[in-house]
Design a protein around this ligand. Structure first.
Ligand code: ADQ
Length: 476
């Protein structure tokens, strides 16, 4: 049977305790259903990088160290300081340097070398996320003709934004070396198709078939989801746990929750401002609402992150300073991660969830919150229209513009006052959307489309021709 190679920046090695975040959760079913080899960075830096291999069950894990220079240029540099902000529409935060780009390309070459040592001709390769955009090109240059797919977990902005990235023409067209490029939403896919049409003159219709010489690259939409029934079970049990009961008991009145990595894309500072305006406009709720914001720190060594951390701390302090009294603190701001189980219980105990990213590929927190609710007395999801999840949750969520704190404050007020019948009907619609897109089928959908099997044959797409290859990314 063909092996599936999964390549991503971080790898969740079995028994290592490392949680590779949303990625690990979404890949779980694929790792269970196919013999997989998962390759990526070990998370360590050394002057002489080692490559280690571990076998567990039918899966193999291959991790490579990076040098300190690689880490600075590839990870901290180009991936997190250029691609992350730009793909989240934040040109103002991007810090481009040629040295970082060459470090990024060098690490991609390194992973291609390591892959070339172990790939067999019928192995299928599935590359994840913005750290590894040029990997297929590097594989083709090593004469590897395997099926190679790519999935972007974060947004793909319109070409007007991408083309502001220096050297975009060296990077973005290299996606055409994949057989299938997958996005979270139709909007992301359309943006990429428009980039190709504008920059390379390939057809812009998203009938998912774009010729690149004799290789055919297809574009598809594969929104990530969660396992709604499993998460609901977890939440039902967790809400009875000691930790969750203690938290809920300690909160006077109604709980409103926010759960995010501390990242500027998540819109936490503006969200706190919205809460501040809600409190200022609604004195009747004083003493009766507590907002719990759970936000583990991430990427603190990057300046934009430490600045944002300072701004969020200051707003949280100002809210509590302005509105607290001896018996009530309006917000709890917590900077540590919680287990999935504890989170699920806290979601279930919360009447309102505030999920207001300024831009997000999907946002699994919104989906987890919905799954965790008690269908007989569900809470209300306030969701940014700029999260990928909004495309599936139009019907049931209170969609908001996260840049407009007054509008978010008004949404908090209507969520708090929403009658049970409306909460139930909204939750019904949201849960139905979750079921339509159960994550247990996501990996197989992508892989079937990649392998061009009948079931997922895209309407007008013949299986990719795998003979000759024309390097279109050097045309410009
Ligand atoms: P992330 O930006 O990490 O993922 P998200 O989709 O919300 O964002 O997933 C975060 C995951 O981490 C969730 O499963 C959540 O429960 C967990 N988590 C968050 N805060 C936590 C905390 N305090 N303690 C413990 N766990 C916590 C990227 C993209 C998203 C996309 C995913 C998956 O940015 O847009 O949805 O990949 O494709």
């Amino acid at each position: 049977m063909a092996r599936v190679f999964i390549i991503s920046n971080r790898v969740a090695m079995p028994d290592s305790g490392l949680h590779a975040g949303g990625l690990e959760v979404v890949l779980k079913a694929t790792l269970k259903n196919h013999p997989c080899v998962w390759m990526g960075w070990s998370g360590e830096t050394r002057p002489q990088p080692r490559v280690r291999t571990l076998h567990k069950g039918s899966n193999t894990y291959i991790v490579s160290d990076l040098t300190e220079e690689d880490f600075d240029e590839y990870y901290n540099g180009f991936a997190n300081r250029v691609l992350w902000p730009i793909l989240h529409y934040r040109l103002d935060l991007a810090e481009f340097s040629r040295r970082d780009l060459s470090g990024y390309l060098r690490v991609n070459e390194h992973f291609a070398d390591e892959l070339a040592k172990v790939l067999k001709p019928d192995d299928v390769v599935w590359v994840h996320d913005y750290h590894l955009i040029p990997l297929a090109k590097a594989l083709r240059e090593r004469n590897l003709q395997n099926r190679v797919g790519f999935f972007l977990h974060i947004p793909m902005p319109p070409p007007e934004i991408i083309t502001a990235m220096p050297n975009h023409e060296r990077l973005i067209p290299s996606l055409c070396h994949y057989d299938l490029v997958g996005f979270q939403t139709d909007n992301d896919a359309a943006n990429f198709a428009r980039y190709l049409a504008n920059e390379l003159g390939t057809p812009a219709h998203i009938s998912r078939r774009l010729g690149t010489g004799e290789r055919v690259m297809r574009i598809g939409t594969f929104p990530v989801g969660i396992e709604p029934r499993g998460f609901a079970r977890l939440a039902r049990r967790a809400v009875k746990s000691e930790l969750v009961r203690k938290v809920i008991k300690s909160i006077p009145g109604t709980l409103m929750i926010g759960v995010d990595r501390l990242d500027y894309s998540k819109g936490i500072a503006l969200r706190l401002e919205a809460y501040e305006r809600f409190l200022a406009a609604n004195p009747a709720w004083h003493g009766k609402i507590t907002y719990l914001q759970i936000t583990p720190k991430s990427r603190s060594q990057i300046k934009e992150y430490s600045e944002m951390e300072g701004a969020v701390n200051a707003t949280a302090g100002r809210i509590n300073g302005t509105f607290s009294d001896a018996s009530w603190t309006p917000m709890r701001y917590v900077n540590r991660p919680y287990s999935r189980t504890a989170l699920s219980g806290l979601y279930r105990g919360a009447r309102v969830a505030l999920v207001t990213p300024l831009r997000d590929g999907m946002n699994l927190v919104a989906k987890e919150y919905v799954a965790a609710q008690d269908a007989a007395d569900p809470g209300v999801l306030i969701l940014s229209r700029f999260a990928g999840a909004a495309a599936e949750f139009r019907e049931g969520a209170l969609l908001v513009n996260p840049y407009d704190p007054d509008a978010v404050a008004a949404a908090i007020a209507s969520a708090m006052a929403m009658p049970l019948a409306e909460r139930k009907s909204r939750h019904n619609a949201l849960f139905a959307a979750l079921l339509r897109n159960d994550i247990s089928k996501w990996g197989d959908k992508f892989l079937s489309a990649l392998m061009g099997t009948k079931e997922f044959q895209l309407k007008d797409g013949a299986p990719a021709s795998r003979t000759k290859f024309q390097d279109i990314s050097t045309r410009h």
